[in-house]
Design a protein around this ligand. Structure first.
Ligand code: 9MG
Length: 267
């Protein structure tokens, strides 16, 4: 993956209960059409998830997750000019997704599930390790940190080390502070303000704030009215060193990044 310039990862939820699109892309054909559209709009990565990780979401069975994501990955891998990423924490799903052609693993639990480190080591794929405090069912019930920046940084550093010990080379790793995952508005804003600090970990950084409640809280707007705020947040993230921005609205984000790049490359 060429990350010499920031790239856009388009979100493709194949769940009936995701927070922002409410299962709009649950049906396979619609999911495929949406993925193709996002690639035409400039997405370099399509992130396919079969289990919602929104606050309060209940877990789904391994079989259900496999049934949702594997057919979509099979149909897309090799058929689109983008990397197909699988958003999962379940080793069996990682394995089957890799066999179906996925080119990246995005794990919001940073390979903490039993067997996940070993499984990823064997796939040889790049992997995103994200910070989350708690689990989606209850993570927004009073999240607490001593110092959010230091706590998240230390956690990611420890997971990077765990990957090294498990034989996963640092060149394969992408790190993500996990906006909205067990964090208050103040935690999220503070992480965004100091996001550049995470570049010291010397791995590409992935950031996802698209349509999240932190944008809603700042703007006092519902999910359907968070586009402009989400694009602003993505720009702040790339300005602070993010290599990948995970978004629902690919076209406006790609345009914003083009303007950002043009300015950066000007004399
Ligand atoms: C699956 N998912 C939802 N939000 C996310 C975020 O902010 N980062 C990553 N890596 N995955 C996310």
């Amino acid at each position: 993956m060429d990350l010499s310039r920031p790239v856009v990862m388009g979100v493709l939820n194949v769940t009936p209960d995701s927070f922002s699109d409410g299962g709009r892309f649950f049906c396979k054909d619609e999911a495929l059409a949406q993925a193709r559209l996002m690639v035409e709009q400039g997405a370099a990565i399509i992130d396919i998830g079969g289990e919602s990780t929104r606050p309060g979401a209940a877990p789904v069975s391994e079989q259900e997750e496999l049934d949702r994501v594997v057919p979509v990955i099979e149909a897309l891998a090799g058929a689109i000019d983008a990397v197909v990423s699988v958003d999962t924490s379940t080793p069996a799903v990682m394995r089957e997704a890799a066999a179906a052609g996925a080119g990246m693993i995005n794990d919001v639990r940073a390979l903490e599930r039993p067997g996940a480190l070993e499984c990823v080591k064997n796939t040889a794929l790049p992997v995103c390790l994200m910070h989350m405090q708690g689990q989606p069912e209850s993570m927004q019930n009073n999240p607490l940190y001593q110092d959010v920046l230091n706590d998240v940084y230390t956690y990611l550093q420890a997971r990077l080390e765990a990957c090294g010990s498990a034989g996963i080379a640092p060149e394969r790793i992408v790190l993500d502070p996990g906006f909205g995952f067990g964090k208050t508005l103040q935690h999220n804003l503070s992480l965004l303000k100091h996001l550049d600090q995470f570049t010291k970990l010397e791995c590409p950084m992935l950031v996802g704030m698209s349509r999240k409640s932190m944008i809603g809280a700042v703007l006092d707007k519902p999910v359907a009215e968070r586009l402009h705020g989400s694009v602003a947040a993505a720009l702040i993230a790339v300005q602070s060193g993010a290599a990948i921005v995970r978004v629902h609205d690919v076209a406006p984000t790609v345009d914003a990044l083009k303007v950002w790049s043009a300015v950066l490359e000007s004399a």
